[in-house]
Ligand binder design. Structure first.
Ligand code: ATP
Length: 408
């Protein structure tokens, strides 16, 4: 008997909603594309490339637009015999120094079997090896360094590379660096000399709003989802949620893909709003669980205190009130409560993780204070809690109070 059976009732090409898919068309980024093309124009004109720094939050199309334009550029330079363009991509995510980035680049450019070891050389030696490799390529070389902020403050390479010709390290090869980052602080904290050259052209990608996300989803759904297999309002729902949260196209696409999976698992022929809502709860729950894994027991208890206040319809509430709730949960758990100051720190961490939101209230001469509330659905939070905290009776009570008060 067969256990696995192909289900393709809603997806025509599910991969088109995945991370590795490169769209043929970029929606809603006409201005950024124009500015980007302007920055790349010297390459076509035969001059030295500009260095470009692209930044914006996660999922706002920095990589998609870069890939799209560089593909286009590579095919368009073919019309000019005097331009020899090579593009080298490197994701720096796991590389946290100039040294490591330089080693990785050298090895990407070398033949298999002639790679260098990732330790043991003086930094300048590795840089010189990199110049040798770049010089051997000749023509114009564009180095695309994605997630460039991983390099941290050990950014000497970012100073050296754009100046390689000026300093006589490269003679034949013209080099341009495209740095991509979603860390706004990184740019500001760069050494001013690095900033001057690397950020010669800056492109900022703003978050998408809901109508923009809906268009992006629509054009992707045309490829990914069978005709008539997505109900009215589903794309708008996914777009609105992602817009409110992050403005990220990735988040919107993930939500749509998961909604399709939920529909398929129920053997439905069409993705309905209900599937999208289930997908949303599941993603929220995963987010809370992921955040919770990083918390200590007391961080989790502080969160449960806010969940409990939510069930009782007592949020937003001040640290003091959260603390009292937390202290009583500690008692039930047979744990000594931490001081209020430490609980305050846990609440700040939860806010950073996006699980709580806080508003600042002014209270005249006594200074400002924060009021906290859940930033994820109550049901996602309580379910995530029951998986990680051994406080079943208390959690059950909170769940019941929540349901009596119609909190979802
Ligand atoms: N304007 C757009 N049109 C079509 N698809 C888009 C657009 N913007 C983003 N996407 C899609 O959304 C997903 C995330 O985009 P992308 O990887 O370019 O984001 P990013 O800004 O580089 O994010 P990160 O900083 O996390 O790397 C990809 O699947 C991409 O194809």
């Amino acid at each position: 008997m067969r256990r696995f059976e192909r289900k393709q009732n809603v997806f025509a090409n599910k991969d088109a909603l995945g991370e590795s898919y490169q769209p043929d068309q970029i929606e809603e980024r006409d201005e950024e594309i124009e500015e980007y093309m302007h920055a790349l124009q010297p390459i076509i004109d035969g001059w030295e490339p500009n260095n470009v720094f692209v930044y914006g939050n996660t999922g706002v199309g920095k990589t998609a637009v870069t890939d799209f334009l560089l593909d286009q550029l590579q095919s368009d330079v073919a019309a000019y015999d005097d331009i020899d363009l090579s593009v080298i991509f490197l994701n720096c995510k796991t590389l946290n120094s100039s040294y490591q980035v330089a080693v990785e680049l050298v090895n990407e450019l070398r033949q298999p079997g002639t790679e260098i070891s990732s330790t043991g050389y003086p930094q300048q030696t590795v840089f010189n090896k990199l110049y040798d490799e770049l010089e051997a390529i000749g023509g114009t070389v564009l180095l695309v360094l994605d997630e460039i902020d991983s390099i941290g403050d050990r950014d000497e390479l970012l100073y050296e590379l754009p100046r390689a010709r000026a300093h006589g390290n490269l003679e034949q090869t013209k080099i341009g660096v495209i740095g991509i980052s979603n860390d706004f602080k990184f740019r500001d904290e760069l050494d001013p000399r690095v900033q001057d050259t690397l950020c010669e052209r800056e492109l900022q990608f703003p978050p998408y709003d809901a109508p923009e996300l809906e268009n992006i989803l629509q054009s992707r759904a045309d490829v990914a989802i069978r005709e008539e297999s997505v109900a009215d309002g589903v794309l708008g729902f996914c777009a609105a949620l992602a817009a409110r949260d992050s403005g990220s196209a990735r988040q919107a696409l993930d939500l749509l893909r998961l909604a399709g999976e939920v529909a398929e698992s129920e053997d439905a022929a069409c993705i309905e709003l209900e599937h999208a809502k289930q997908a949303r709860s599941r993603l929220e729950r995963e987010r809370v669980e992921e955040g919770m894994r990083e918390l200590t027991t007391h961080g989790r208890l502080a969160l449960l205190a806010v969940v409990s206040k939510t069930a009782k319809q007592e949020t937003p509430c001040r640290t003091r009130a959260v603390y009292d709730e937390y202290a009583s949960l500690c008692e039930s758990a047979g744990t000594d409560a931490l001081a209020q100051r430490s609980v305050h720190n846990h609440l700040s961490d939860l806010r950073m993780l996006g699980i709580l939101s806080a508003s600042e209230n002014r209270s005249g001469s006594r200074g400002n204070y924060y009021s906290y509330e859940l930033n994820v659905p109550f049901t996602s939070a309580i379910e995530a809690m029951s998986d990680v905290l051994r406080l079943s009776p208390e959690i059950e009570t909170i769940r019941e109070i929540g349901s009596m008060n119609d909190i979802t």
